[in-house]
Design a protein around this ligand. Structure first.
Ligand SMILES: Cc1cc2nc3c(=O)[nH]c(=O)nc-3n(C[C@H](O)[C@H](O)[C@H](O)COP(=O)(O)OP(=O)(O)OC[C@H]3O[C@@H](n4cnc5c(N)ncnc54)[C@H](O)[C@@H]3O)c2cc1C
Length: 439
C-alpha cells in the first residue's frame, strides 16, 4: 500500500519565474498532475522587468538556423555567427558543459518556436539579442501563461514555500495555509538578485536543508563601483563601443568584453561592465581587481600615439580638444586630470611623457574596483546549488530522489544577451519532463 497522501500531486513546481513556468507546463503536458506554487501575487515578475521591459528571450548565436526566427533579422547580424547550443554553453564559462543535455532537449530554435507558436513574433538585433517584435515583455509572459493554462497545471499564487521535507514516498511542501504533498518537486525559485521580485534566496536554504551544498552566492551582472571620485561626475554619459576588462595584480585579463558602457552616479554600468563584473563576483578574498577601459578598440597603441603626436604638432589646439575628436569633451578633460596633465595644455607643449601617459589611459584607463552595487542591482546571482550534485541529463538531485532543480537557483550564471533566460527555459523544460516521467 502506498504511504502517499491521497491528495498528493505528481509534481509540485516551486517558483513561477522563467524556469518554473516552463517546468510546470511541461510536466502537465507530459501527463503529470502538477501544481505551480509562487510566492508573489502574479507569475513572472522578473520577466516583466527584464531587458528594459523588452525581455531579451535568447540569443541568435545559439540558433542552428536563422529561419527559426520569423521576424526581422537586423542586417548588422552576421548569420555566420550561428553556432548552435555551443554558443549558449560558452556564455556560462565553467557551468557551460552542465547545460549541454538541457540545451539539446530544448535548444534555441525550439525555444523560439515555443514563443512564435503562441503568436509572439521574434526579431534578431544587430548584436544577436532576440526580442519580441513588439518590444514588450508582457507578450513573452502572456505566451508562457497561455500555454501553462492549456497544460492543465494548477497555479497557486501568494504561496511562499517555507521548506520541503520527505514524507514517506512523497514530499511535504510547507506553505502558510497548510502543506502541499507531491511525489516530485522542481525547485525553481531563482536566486537572490533583485529581491523585490520575490527572489530572496529561499531556494538555497531549502536545498541546504535537504543536504545540498551551496556554492557561495554573489551578485553578478552588476554595476561596478570604482575608486576615482571623478567617475560619478560623468553620470549619464555612455560610450557605445569600448573594451572593458578586469585584471588581477598579475596575469591575463580575468574577463573582457567589447560593448557599450554607461557612467552612473556610483560608478560604471552598461552591457560591457555587467559582463566583466562576473570576475568581481568570483574574486578571491583579499584580491584587488582593476577595471581597464580601451576607448579605441580598433586603433593599436602605436598608431594612436602617432596620431596624437601629429595632431599635437599641428596648430595650437588644446589637448582636451584633440582628444574630444573621438571622445566626449567632459571625459577627455577627466582623462587629462587622471593623467596629471593640465587641462590648459596645448598640443605643442605636450611632453613625450605626458603623451605616453595619455595614450596609455586611452588604451587602458585603469580604475581600481571598489565593489559592486550588490544583489539589489544585480541581474543574476552567481553561485547556488552545486552542479556536481545534480544530474544534468534529468536535473534530478543526485542526493535526494524526486527533487529536481531548474534555473538560477543552480550554480549557473551567463553573460548578458538572453543567455540566462535560455538556461531557464531549457533547464525548466528538462526538469518538467523528467519530473513527470516514470519513477
Ligand atoms: C533587471 C533584470 C533584467 C534582466 N534581463 C534579462 C534579459 O533581458 N535576458 C536574460 O536572459 N536574462 C535577464 N535577466 C536574468 C533573468 O531574469 C533570470 O536569469 C531568470 O529570470 C531566472 O529564471 P528563474 O526562473 O530561475 O528565476 P526567476 O525568474 O527569478 O523566478 C523565480 C520565482 O520564484 C519565486 N519564489 C522565490 N522564492 C519562493 C518561494 N519560497 N516559494 C514560492 N515561490 C518563490 C519568485 O517570486 C519568482 O517568481 C534579468 C534580470 C534582472 C534582474
Amino acid at each position: 500500500m502506498s504511504d502517499r497522501p491521497a491528495d498528493a500531486y505528481d509534481v509540485a513546481v516551486l517558483g513561477a519565474g522563467a524556469a518554473g513556468l516552463v517546468a510546470a507546463t511541461r510536466a502537465a503536458e507530459c501527463g503529470a498532475r502538477t501544481v505551480l506554487l509562487e510566492k508573489n501575487r502574479k507569475p513572472g515578475v522578473k520577466i516583466l522587468i527584464s531587458g528594459g521591459t523588452r525581455c531579451n528571450v535568447t540569443n541568435a548565436r545559439g540558433l542552428r538556423r536563422i529561419e527559426s526566427i520569423t521576424g526581422p533579422v537586423d542586417p548588422g547580424f552576421d548569420p555566420k555567427l550561428l553556432r548552435g547550443v555551443r554558443a549558449i554553453q560558452d556564455a556560462f564559462g565553467p557551468g557551460g558543459p552542465f547545460l549541454g543535455p538541457a540545451l539539446r532537449r530544448l535548444d534555441v530554435d525550439r525555444s523560439a518556436r515555443l514563443f512564435e507558436d503562441e503568436g509572439v513574433t521574434l526579431k534578431v538585433e544587430a548584436n544577436g539579442k532576440i526580442f519580441p517584435l513588439s518590444d514588450t515583455a508582457v507578450d513573452v509572459l502572456a505566451a508562457l501563461t497561455r500555454r501553462l493554462g492549456r497544460s492543465g497545471a494548477e497555479a497557486r499564487y501568494l504561496a511562499p514555500a517555507k521548506g520541503i521535507a520527505r514524507d514517506g514516498s512523497s514530499f511535504r511542501i510547507d506553505l502558510p495555509d497548510g502543506p502541499v504533498h507531491a511525489r516530485r518537486v522542481v525547485l525553481a525559485v531563482g536566486g537572490r538578485s533583485f529581491p523585490g521580485c520575490g527572489t530572496t534566496g529561499d531556494g538555497y536554504a531549502i536545498a541546504k536543508a535537504l543536504g545540498h551544498s551551496i556554492v557561495e552566492v554573489r551578485p553578478a551582472l552588476v554595476p561596478l563601483k570604482v575608486v576615482p571620485e571623478w567617475v560619478p561626475t560623468l553620470r549619464g554619459l555612455s560610450l557605445p563601443d569600448v573594451v572593458a576588462s578586469v585584471h588581477g595584480s598579475t596575469g591575463p585579463a580575468l574577463a573582457q568584453r567589447r560593448e557599450a558602457i554607461l557612467f552612473t552616479h556610483t560608478g560604471l554600468s552598461g552591457p560591457a561592465i555587467l559582463d566583466v563584473s562576473r570576475a568581481e563576483a568570483r574574486r578571491a578574498e583579499g584580491d584587488r581587481l582593476e577595471l581597464r577601459i580601451d576607448f579605441h578598440p580598433d586603433v593599436p597603441r602605436e598608431e594612436l600615439d602617432r596620431r596624437l603626436q601629429a595632431e599635437a604638432r599641428r596648430g595650437k589646439a588644446a589637448v582636451a580638444t584633440l582628444l574630444s575628436a573621438d571622445l566626449p569633451h567632459r571625459l577627455a578633460e577627466c582623462i587629462l586630470d587622471h593623467c596629471g596633465v593640465p587641462r590648459s595644455r596645448t598640443g605643442p607643449d605636450l611632453s613625450r611623457a605626458e603623451r605616453v601617459k595619455l595614450v596609455g589611459a586611452l588604451k587602458g584607463l585603469a580604475l581600481p574596483i571598489a565593489g559592486t552595487l550588490g544583489f539589489e542591482k544585480a541581474e543574476v546571482s552567481s553561485g547556488g546549488v552545486a552542479l556536481e550534485e545534480v544530474d544534468p541529463k534529468t536535473m534530478q538531485s543526485r542526493l535526494v530522489a524526486g527533487l529536481f532543480f531548474a534555473g538560477e537557483v543552480l550554480d549557473l550564471d551567463g553573460l548578458i544577451g538572453g543567455y540566462n533566460f535560455q538556461a531557464a527555459w531549457s533547464t525548466g523544460w528538462l526538469a518538467g519532463e523528467a519530473a513527470a516521467g516514470p519513477a
